[in-house]
Design a protein around this ligand. Structure first.
Ligand SMILES: Nc1nc2c(ncn2[C@@H]2O[C@H](COP(=O)(O)OP(=O)(O)OP(=O)(O)O)[C@@H](O)[C@H]2O)c(=O)[nH]1
Ligand SMILES: [Mg+2]
Ligand SMILES: [Zn+2]
Length: 297
């Protein structure tokens, strides 16, 4: 008798999909129909798997997705754990703002983890902590201690939620996942110092069970494309701008040259970070020009 089971795609290995079902992992191929429809099952997808009497299984249906992010892609992400390194690669507010804005646009919540705080001089570290306090004040939980994260994360990941690591290559995503799940041994590697840009060691997306849901390791991705974002909606993805904008004189204020702009007033008072505002202007330019600047590629 043929039976049909539901599950979540955990990983992709040489054309096979590993699907977590109630009765364990099923390694299966996908029906040819997906190729014809230019659809592709993706890690994180909720799927239906058909298993016949001989035990042969086929992935036969993909349930509607909440979202699809990254390259390689991950589906149904509810929360990002963004890993930013204090050094190697250097801490970058600009890159942090890029990630936060991008994920805000994708309607994905973000927590920030500062890695490599153990190898930076105390005064420099203090500066970074001070910067991150600002991000905590605008609603992003910040961690710089993996032990604390390891204690809280499993409780935070609720039923079937998919959380993912994100951040620059070499930032320490796989290292963190190794800390979080001692039995996992994701490959980590020293970053190439010549470029100060991580060497890509993680090449595939894979889900690991954690708490009541999943945590995904992903290859580092830092080339974020803002061009699909509508220019006049960008300001909505800066949470503190959005909050302040109810006090702007004009509805739909873009916080540029408009009179009585609450966002610009807060920037002048030092209550909104100048760096956030500058990054907002840079991203606007990028969207208006339809391409990202060369130095960020
Ligand atoms: N001292 C120190 N080294 C770290 C820390 N986190 C990561 N590293 C080192 O940084 C290097 C890169 O770490 P990975 O975990 O491979 O980085 P990744 O973010 O997974 O990189 P990709 O897979 O390329 O995206 C490795 O040599 C790690 O040992 C940390 O908190 N402290
Ligand atoms: Mg990695
Ligand atoms: Zn305004």
């Amino acid at each position: 008798m043929t039976k049909q089971v539901e599950g979540i795609v955990m990983g992709l290995i040489a054309g096979f999909y590993d699907v977590q079902t109630e009765s364990g992992i099923v390694r299966t191929r996908a029906r040819g129909v997906f190729r014809k429809n230019k659809e592709k099952p993706t890690v994180g997808d909720h799927v239906q798997v058909q298993i016949d009497e001989q035990g042969t299984s086929y992935l036969v249906a993909i349930m509607p997705r909440q979202n699809l992010i990254g390259r390689p892609a991950l589906a149904n992400v509810s929360h990002v754990l963004l890993v930013v390194s204090a050094v190697e690669p250097d801490f970058s507010l600009q890159l942090l703002d890029r990630y936060l804005t991008f994920f805000s646009w994708q309607k994905v919540a973000v927590s920030i983890y500062l890695s490599k705080s153990d190898i930076l001089a105390a005064d420099k570290l203090q500066e970074i902590r001070h910067e991150l306090d600002y991000y905590a004040s605008i609603g992003y939980p910040v961690y710089d201690d993996w032990a604390k994260l390891a204690a809280e994360l499993p409780k935070a990941i609720t039923q079937d939620q998919i959380w993912t690591l994100a951040g620059q290559s070499g930032a320490g995503k796989s290292t963190l996942i190794n800390h979080l799940k001692k039995d996992l041994k994701q490959e980590t590697a020293a970053i190439s110092t010549s470029l100060n840009r991580g060497k890509h060691t993680t090449r595939t997306v894979q889900l690991f069970s954690l708490g009541e849901g999943f945590l995904a390791d992903t290859p580092g991705f830092s080339a974020i494309d803002f061009t699909p974002i509508k220019l006049n909606e960008l300001c909505n993805y800066f949470s503190e701008f959005k909050k302040a904008s109810v006090n702007c004189k004009f509805r739909g204020c873009q916080h540029l040259k408009e009179p009585r702009c609450a966002v610009k007033e807060l920037v002048q008072e030092g209550k909104i970070r100048q760096s956030r505002y500058d990054d907002y202007l840079l991203m606007r330019n990028e969207i208006a020009n339809g391409r990202m600047p060369e130095y960020l590629k």
